[in-house]
Design a binder for this molecule. Structure first.
Ligand code: PMP
Length: 367
């Protein structure tokens, strides 16, 4: 059996140790004679799995007691709709920071559902190569909340600070963050946020699960016409089991949290590893004449590193040779072309070493 190095943007690499444990427990979960996939979500065993996963996530992110953790479904994209339903009950407009394709999708969905939205700042003018600075962010007088994307997965553009969300009169509104491609990559001050959400298929586990972390004063701000399954209060009161949850994805997420705590040693340790991985790859890009990354230094993503070849006619050969060398899924998003290496938590330092060695060798031969 060979496991290649997988740089996919999502669904992304999972830690080998997690997959091995899932394999060992697959047919017979701890002597129960059945798989986790085959258990009732309301049975004692699965409820224990679910509660442990939440407890471990709370410990990893030091989530304060006044926040609820939801394990829901529909992808991060469903939250683009669920958020305005949950937060616009008292009126006002959603405000957004527009820093790339995912932020834009969140804006489009809110606009599609509720009409007017306000874009409080955008990096469109610089081609999404630098995020707006705090002083450039201007909320509307009627802002209900401010939504932003911490890490734009396609553009490789990341915030280097947590924005403040204040209306022009100085009053604070909830800060809402799509952390799909950066959650758990390092420590986080959850108390700065009203809502954090993330699709699981990058740093949490397999697809099919979405984690929502919501401050409890925001559970009662919903519109009355909200679909039941969108509702943070309903999900919270039902332990995320309004209907059948994505049980196996939830279980695997729990194994990932356990791996982060035990094998890695927590998020500060993960942070240091992620810094080293990104530094190595960006150094390889910046030190070459063949590869280039367009993002301003302070906003370079540690999780998704897009790069282009000076001669795009070499793209095909680069990808084919990389794949032959066991370096998978380096093709850039179809909307931007070029290459992209995603360096999520489960991508080991050895993978980045192998990639940078391959890149240098390719440049020597073909550049
Ligand atoms: N937000 C971000 C930042 C993403 O990277 C993605 C998926 N790549 C999404 C939202 C959408 O996630 P999903 O496919 O789970 O709806």
């Amino acid at each position: 059996m060979t496991r290649h190095y997988n740089f996919c943007a999502g669904p992304a690499a999972l830690p080998t140790a997690v997959l091995e444990r899932a394999r060992d427990e697959l047919l017979d979960y701890r002597g129960r004679g059945l798989s986790v996939m085959e258990m009732s979500h309301r049975g004692e065993d699965f409820v224990a799995i679910a509660e442990q996963a939440e407890a471990d996530l709370r410990e990893l992110l030091a989530i304060p007691d006044n926040y609820r953790v939801l394990f829901t479904q529909g992808g991060a994209s469903l939250q683009f709709a669920a958020l305005p339903y949950n937060l616009l009950g008292a009126g006002g407009r959603p405000n957004f920071l527009h820093t790339g394709i995912w932020g834009k999708k969140a804006i489009s969905e809110a606009r599609h559902l509720f009409g007017d939205v306000h874009v409080a700042a955008s990096s469109e003018e610089n081609g999404h190569s630098a995020v707006p600075r705090q002083e450039e962010i201007v909320l509307s007088d009627d802002a209900a909340y401010l939504h932003y994307t911490a890490n734009e997965t396609i553009g490789g553009l990341a915030f280097d600070y947590i924005p403040e969300a204040r209306r022009p009169d100085g009053s604070e509104v909830p800060l809402v963050c799509d952390m799909s491609s950066s959650i758990l990559s390092g420590p986080l001050d959850v108390s700065k946020f009203g809502v954090i959400y993330a699709g699981a298929q990058k740093n949490i586990g397999p697809a099919g699960l979405v984690v929502v972390i919501v401050r409890d004063d925001l559970l009662d701000q919903a519109r009355s016409d909200m679909p039941t399954l969108f509702g943070y209060r309903a999900l919270s009161e039902a332990g995320s089991m309004v209907n059948t949850p994505a049980t196996y994805s939830w279980y695997l997420a729990g194994l990932v949290f356990d791996w982060l705590k035990g094998d890695i040693g927590g998020l500060a340790a993960m942070d240091a590893i992620n810094c080293r991985k990104a530094a190595r790859l960006y150094a390889a890009i910046d030190g070459s004449d063949l590869y280039a990354n367009p993002i301003t230094l302070r906003n370079r993503s540690r999780m998704n590193v897009p790069f282009v070849l000076a001669d795009p006619s070499l793209d095909k050969a680069f990808l084919a040779e990389a794949e032959a060398a066991g370096l998978l899924n380096l093709k850039g998003h179809r909307s931007v072309g070029g290459m992209r290496a995603s360096l999520y938590n489960a991508v080991p330092e050895a993978a980045v070493e192998a990639l940078t060695t391959f890149m240098a060798d390719f440049e020597k031969r073909r550049g």
